[in-house]
Design a protein around this ligand. Structure first.
Ligand code: GAL
Ligand code: ZN
Length: 669
């Protein structure tokens, strides 16, 4: 378990380098990541490489006993290259060419850019192939950031046609799969197929879905080009890429084969402001622990092994709407929180506040004058506290599928229907019970999980439905969310009653659905206890139970009153619950708690908001993302490795045993 830092030696005078490196080593830093935007200093003119400066820094890092992670510099192609080969530039949907002048201005499908990439990556890989201080590589930087996954240039149009030819074989097969008779949209030839252009009305949903698939595939292919070159040069290196918060346009699972390590960039106070709804004061100071943990769990689950936080917020940052100072200790809390969820390293971004360019309003571990900033103290303390621990072993899986995010994004059917938020509603309920969760694609083997939650399988293939059915038949506990089994894999409506291929398993079908604006407060009640009512939001289905028993029905006196809203069915050795509404917190907590109890998963008592616990390798982390202190009660005489049963605001404690079962926490006002 280590900490690291992102360093840009090219921004600072050479005379300063040794001091910087020494101060990093003093802080207990073990990894230094560099070079992701340094193409122009590495290759000032075509073919004239200058590695001497990077050699010197790598040597210094080695001398001080640290290790270097290098990045390929392809996120910012220099001006001379753009002038030489302007066809590498990206094109917006409206036809605007994205100019050089910031970063990420290249197209993933540009043949020219792939050639240039090969050149620069090979040169760097060869240069450091035998350098023991370099232990791994990050490809590029944050693929797709600034809305750059999808490009609408001529190269992309051609590549999209080839992709569709490969997938469908004939244009008739494409017409059939998509359903293009609607509004006379049939294609006569693949040459008529275009990337989605601005048109008067809504786009064809199947075109949108396939363009999203194609765009993600293009980045996977581009990344493979880089990864192969690096692996060829030295197969001992790890190859990683730094993904982003709830990043929708790239299917992270598809990168798994080409990467040895998955990492992501965590900016808690920024991500909290990107989420829907109001940001609370505590979130402005330290972020939302469930949002962060969701990312940790997702990226850990891609390869089912420890991940890295490749960029950790070091203090205030420049890009969210508001730039709050993180709470005292937050930079330490985040690192421990990541560790509890399976991180093996947390790398702070950046070493020192930069004097030039776009990110002057972004803190570093050191201030602009080189003196220690708040993050430096936190990072140093953290480095002294981390210890080695086995990987997370999660008893529960949440099923996540990017194609569903793409399809639902296009036909959300309500302004506030957001795929990620729906997943979060169920995920937060699991985390409120202290349960570790893997976030897995629908194709993943589910047999090892005691319980599975699939909140949003809107597009559903027969084969996934079969696997879910077998899972339940053989004793699994499954919880399904609304809008399940509505579409086929081309984003066409299924002709059978929904949830389509899961209707037999669920023992009920959907009679009607509706979306509701937020101002209409509606509730459902428990069928077995008409006094317990629960709020729900956005989406409501009227179910017709067949073999299943009714769990919830609509309350009130409007047209849905008395109709079924959720059902439970026992099949084989297991059970399935289908919830036809989007549950608010109390309902999600109750559904999840009964799922866990039926599945025999050990859990905490529901934890207060902002208080979270996580178990990894026989230790239990108690993390307080609140501005109030908390008191923790555990049912064993385990001792505290760090902290104790009273946890201060934005602080944490670590017990040296698994004490999640029966743990409870109370906020001290
Ligand atoms: C990340 C990016 C970094 C830097 C940082 C600022 O998205 O990878 O290069 O821009 O944000 O917070
Ligand atoms: Zn393009």
């Amino acid at each position: 378990m280590s900490i690291g830092v992102c360093y840009f030696p090219e921004h600072w005078p050479r005379e300063r380098w040794k001091t910087d490196i020494r101060q990093m080593a003093d802080a207990g830093i073990e990894y230094v990541r560099m070079a992701e935007f340094s193409w122009r200093v590495l290759e000032p003119e075509r073919g004239e490489f200058d590695f001497e400066w990077l050699d010197e820094i790598v040597d210094l890092i080695g001398e001080y006993g640290m290790q270097a992670v290098l990045c390929t510099p392809t996120a910012s192609p220099p001006r001379w290259l753009v002038a030489d080969r302007p066809e590498i530039l990206q094109t917006d949907r409206d036809g605007t060419v994205r100019s050089v002048g910031s970063r990420r201005h290249y197209c993933f499908n540009s043949t020219a850019y792939r050639e240039e990439t090969e050149r620069v990556v090979s040169a760097m890989a060869e240069r450091y192939a035998d350098e023991p201080t370099v232990v791994g590589w990050q490809t590029d930087n944050e693929y797709g950031c600034h809305g750059t996954t999808r490009c609408y240039c001529d190269d992309c149009t051609t590549a999209f046609r080839d992709w569709a030819r490969e997938r469908y074989g004939t244009v008739d097969a494409l017409n059939d799969a998509w359903g293009t008779t609607f509004w006379s949209q049939q294609y006569d030839d693949f040459e008529q197929l275009d990337v989605p252009r601005p048109t008067p009305a809504q786009d064809h949903p199947s075109l949108v879905l396939d363009f999203a698939r194609f765009s993600s595939d293009s980045v996977v292919e581009y990344n493979r080009l880089q990864a192969d070159l690096l692996r060829e040069a030295n197969d001992e290196w790890f190859v990683t890429h730094n993904f982003m918060n709830l990043f929708e346009s790239l299917d992270a699972y598809d990168f798994g084969d080409d990467l040895d390590l998955i990492s992501w960039d965590s900016y808690p106070t920024g991500h909290a402001q990107q989420a829907a709804g109001e940001t609370t004061r505590d979130e402005l100071r330290a972020g939302n622990p469930d949002l962060l943990a969701f990312n940790h769990d997702l990226y850990r689950s891609v390869l089912d092994r420890p991940f890295w936080v490749m960029e950790q917020q070091p203090g205030d940052v420049n890009w969210p709407p508001h730039s709050a100072q993180p709470a005292a200790g937050a930079m330490r809390l985040w690192a421990h929180h990541a560790t509890a969820h399976g991180a093996d390293a947390v790398v702070y971004f950046r070493w020192r506040r930069c004097l030039e360019g776009q990110e002057q309003y972004h803190a570093g571990l050191r201030k602009q004058d080189g003196t220690p900033d708040r993050g430096y103290h936190d990072a140093t303390q953290t480095a002294g506290e981390l210890f080695d621990v086995d990987d997370v072993d999660a008893p529960v899986a949440v099923v996540h599928d990017y194609e569903n995010a793409w399809a639902l994004g296009e036909q959300s059917h309500a302004p506030d229907f957001d795929y990620w938020q729906l997943l979060q509603s169920f995920y937060a309920a699991l985390r409120a019970h202290g349960v570790q969760v893997d976030i897995v694609p629908p194709e993943r083997d589910l047999e090892s999980y005691d319980a599975v939650v699939a909140p949003a399988l809107h597009l559903l293939t027969e084969s996934v439905a079969d696997r879910l059915t077998k899972y339940v038949e053989s004793g699994g506990e499954l919880l399904l969310g609304p809008r399940t089994g509505v579409k086929d894999e081309s984003n066409k409506l299924r002709s059978d009653p929904h949830p389509g291929p899961l209707s037999a398993l669920v023992g009920a079908t959907v009679d009607q659905h509706e979306t509701l604006p937020a101002q209409f407060e509606r509730t459902v009640v428990r069928t077995d206890d008409a006094h317990t009512d629960y709020a729900f939001r956005t989406w409501a289905e009227w179910l017709t139970a067949d073999a299943a028993e009714s769990l919830l029905e609509y309350a009130g006196d409007d047209i849905e009153a008395g109709r079924t809203a959720a059902v439970r069915n026992a099949v084989g050795e297991g059970r399935v619950v289908y919830c036809g509404v989007w549950p608010e917190t109390d309902l999600a907590n109750d559904l999840v708690r009964s799922l866990l109890d039926r599945a025999g998963v050990r859990r905490a008592d529901p934890l207060p908001e902002g208080v979270r616990v996580a178990q990894r390798g026989g230790y239990t982390w108690v993390m307080n993302f609140r501005s109030d202190p908390i008191a923790v009660t555990v049912e064993s005489d385990a001792s505290w490795r760090l902290g104790g049963s009273k946890v201060d605001p934005f602080d944490l404690a670590i017990a040296d045993a698994d004490v999640v079962d029966g743990l409870s926490a109370r906020v001290l006002e």
